[in-house]
Design a protein around this ligand. Structure first.
Ligand SMILES: Cc1cc2nc3c(=O)[nH]c(=O)nc-3n(C[C@H](O)[C@H](O)[C@H](O)COP(=O)(O)O)c2cc1C
Length: 330
């Protein structure tokens, strides 16, 4: 039987399939089921800095309509919901660690380097094997420079690394003006890994009701290619781990990401669609492909087609269709 083990964030994984941060990983029961079906690790549903703050603001807003509330009560209330969510999250880490043997990666979704970084220490104490930081602010402020926008990433990483010895990874978006440079700088600043790329909520427009509504929540099977490009380009330029995510729906797309140089993949949408049992199907299909190709270990082919190692490195950087457009006929 071929050996699927891989190393990610310094953790030894039995195979490259990690269940991505989502509602799929928000309870011990679900995590146990994922492990039983072959998941090599899970990233817990994120605890959201924004969500906590919003919840606190809402409570405060409700209270202002009551004339008998004293200002000290605000201090009390503004702390309580945060502690509640935090306590629940830390309990989930502890209970999950006790219930399964696969690595548990905690996840914080944040919008600043303020206030919450103490939580990283608590997460480490609770027993998490690593911490993934999902940080993104859409750069819509016309008066902020690229540096101002991007320095926050390094500040967050630094602030968290000062609190913990845990491996810390950054889940990033493709929307950066100088992506390769940024990933290199995160790598040099001690990120144990990068997760490329987060999938975002996108607005859509309902043309019948003339209103805004939610775009599609789950990814499609063709959405993996931008990640593939950047995994290939960055593989031999950074030393940190790379996890590929978004639109990875089949054993074929997992194998492609591994060939481009990913250490692991993170799946959410396809597990929502097909259920936990699909992980077992995926690993069996990877086994068959490896046998067919004569690979005994995952490491035998990981990164074999990265930009530096492939026979057509320019293909990773080709963005215009040129001759394809010229010859294209319907
Ligand atoms: C319903 C749903 C909930 C998600 N929640 C989170 C989250 O809490 N934190 C996070 O970092 N990513 C979250 N994600 C993003 C996933 O972790 C994943 O990176 C993204 O969906 C791309 O992978 P996919 O194409 O396999 O879905 C969520 C995705 C979905 C579909």
């Amino acid at each position: 039987m071929p050996n699927l083990s891989t190393s990610y964030l310094g953790l030894e994984l039995k195979n490259p399939i990690i269940v991505a941060s989502s509602g799929l990983t928000d309870s011990v029961e679900k995590i146990k089921e994922l492990e039983e079906n072959g998941a090599a690790a899970v990233v817990l549903k994120s605890i959201f800095e924004e969500e906590i703050v919003m919840e606190m603001d809402e409570q405060m807003l409700n209270m202002t309509s009551r004339p008998y509330i004293y200002p000290e009560t605000f201090d009390y209330m503004s702390n309580e919901p945060e502690e509640d969510l935090v306590r629940k999250y830390l309990r989930l880490i502890k209970e999950a660690k006790a219930a399964v043997s696969i690595p548990i990666i905690a996840s914080i979704n944040c919008v600043s380097s303020q206030k919450w970084t103490y939580l990283a220490r608590e997460i480490e104490k609770a027993g998490a094997d690593a911490l993934e930081i999902n940080f993104f602010v859409l750069p819509t402020d016309l008066n902020r420079s690229v540096d101002e926008n991007e320095n926050i990433y390094y500040e967050v990483l630094k602030a968290v690394k000062e609190q913990v010895a845990l491996p810390v990874s950054l889940k990033i978006s493709p929307y950066h003006s100088n992506l390769a440079h940024m990933v290199k700088k995160l790598d040099d600043s001690g990120a144990a890994g990068v997760v490329m790329f987060n999938r975002f909520y996108s607005p859509d427009i309902d043309i019948h009701n003339l209103s805004l509504n939610t775009g599609q929540v789950l990814s499609g099977a063709d959405d993996f290619k931008n990640t593939l490009r950047w995994v290939g380009i960055l593989r031999d330029r950074v030393k940190c781990s790379i996890a590929a995510t978004t639109g990875i729906h089949s054993s074929e797309s997992i194998i492609k990401q591994l060939l481009a140089g990913a250490d692991a993949v993170q799946l959410a949408s396809i597990i929502y669609k097909e259920g936990a049992g699909y992980i077992d199907t995926l690993t069996k299909e990877i086994y068959s492909w490896m046998e067919e190709q004569g690979f005994e270990n995952l490491r035998d082919f990981q990164g074999k087609l990265s930009q530096d190692k492939s026979n057509d490195p320019a293909a990773f950087e080709r963005v215009q269709f040129m001759k394809h457009f010229r010859n294209f006929v319907m």
